[in-house]
Design a protein around this ligand. Structure first.
Ligand SMILES: NC(=O)c1ccc[n+]([C@@H]2O[C@H](COP(=O)([O-])OP(=O)(O)OC[C@H]3O[C@@H](n4cnc5c(N)ncnc54)[C@H](OP(=O)(O)O)[C@@H]3O)[C@@H](O)[C@H]2O)c1
Length: 265
């Protein structure tokens, strides 16, 4: 049986986060889920029923976390040893909230929690949910055509989102280098779907466009948190044909890190 852990889940009412919560609780881990809408507390708390681990729900808006010190004070209140950042402003609200929220949540709040987590010795793992083309340079395992297509489609259409995500991913990579006993993990799905969890394509994927089941993203997140020897890494992720546990083990054993090729790698 796994040793007990306490996971701080940022963006706990999100679709991936709600799929992840029971996977953590069933390991007898405790979870503190941060959400912003008090109306969602009751539904969220139901996710905690019937599990060995305890679920706590805290209502706080991540938009108000405007400094590393503020993130650190939340961390000190919760006292987690693992942190998962699965919040994001995408999808809801008026255009200005989407625009500002993307910078405030996907970039700024993520960066504040990354830095505050690295500055907290008792925290040893941080998983950031990013996306597959959140990178500044073409990796050597993608063709020029794949990269150009991404730049002319996804990255152009989602410019602010892309800029917010690449900034947070870079901070995760750089902060992760500061501690040998800290795994800074960036999990990078493609287009998310509501399909059930299944087999995956993980690591250096030969494609950029594709689908990723949210349930598989949740499963991989739990497996990565549970892997005792995982190191800091970025892992791209699609639906595929490898067993998720085998894929995680292979990526760890082979030291896969798709941050390779980035200017600061
Ligand atoms: N859509 C895609 O195809 C795709 C692809 C790759 C990666 N991703 C990334 O995957 C991540 C999670 O995906 P998902 O499907 O689980 O998204 P989701 O259901 O939209 O979850 C995001 C969560 O962030 C929360 N959030 C937003 N602003 C907040 C704030 N100010 N304070 C506290 N919480 C806040 C939202 O809360 P509310 O419910 O209160 O709004 C929501 O619960 C996102 O970061 C996204 O960028 C998405």
């Amino acid at each position: 049986m796994s040793s007990l852990h306490h996971v701080l889940l940022l963006g706990g009412s999100g679709k991936i986060a709600q799929l992840l919560t029971p996977l953590l609780l069933q390991r007898s881990w405790n979870v503190t889920s941060i959400i912003r809408d008090p109306a969602q507390v009751g539904n969220l708390q139901k996710l905690g029923e019937g599990h060995a681990g305890k679920l706590s729900v805290l209502v706080r808006s991540l938009e108000e976390v405007t400094s590393d010190a503020h993130a650190k004070s939340l961390i000190d209140e919760v006292k987690p040893d693992y942190v998962v950042f699965s919040a994001g402003a995408g999808g809801k609200g008026p255009p200005e909230r989407l625009r500002d929220g993307t910078e405030k949540i996907d970039r700024d709040a993520a960066c504040h929690f990354i830095r505050a987590s690295v500055a907290t010795p008792s925290i040893t793992k941080f998983v950031l949910i990013s996306f597959v083309t959140s990178r500044l340079r073409k990796p050597e395992w993608w063709t020029e055509e794949i990269w150009q297509t991404e730049q002319n489609t996804t990255l152009k259409a989602l410019k602010r989102y892309y800029e917010a995500k690449v900034a947070a991913d870079q901070v995760l990579h750089e902060e992760g280098k500061k501690r040998k006993d800290f795994a800074a993990i960036c999990l990078r799905p493609a287009t998310l779907t509501p399909e059930p969890a299944g087999k995956v394509l993980l690591g250096k994927t030969p494609v950029a466009k594709g689908t990723s089941s949210r349930a598989s993203v949740a499963e991989l997140t739990a497996l990565l948190l549970d892997a005792p020897n995982v190191k800091s890494c970025w892992l791209d992720m699609h639906d595929g044909d490898e067993d998720p546990a085998a894929a995680v083990k292979r990526c760890i054993d082979e030291g896969i890190d798709v941050a390779e090729g980035e200017p600061y790698y």
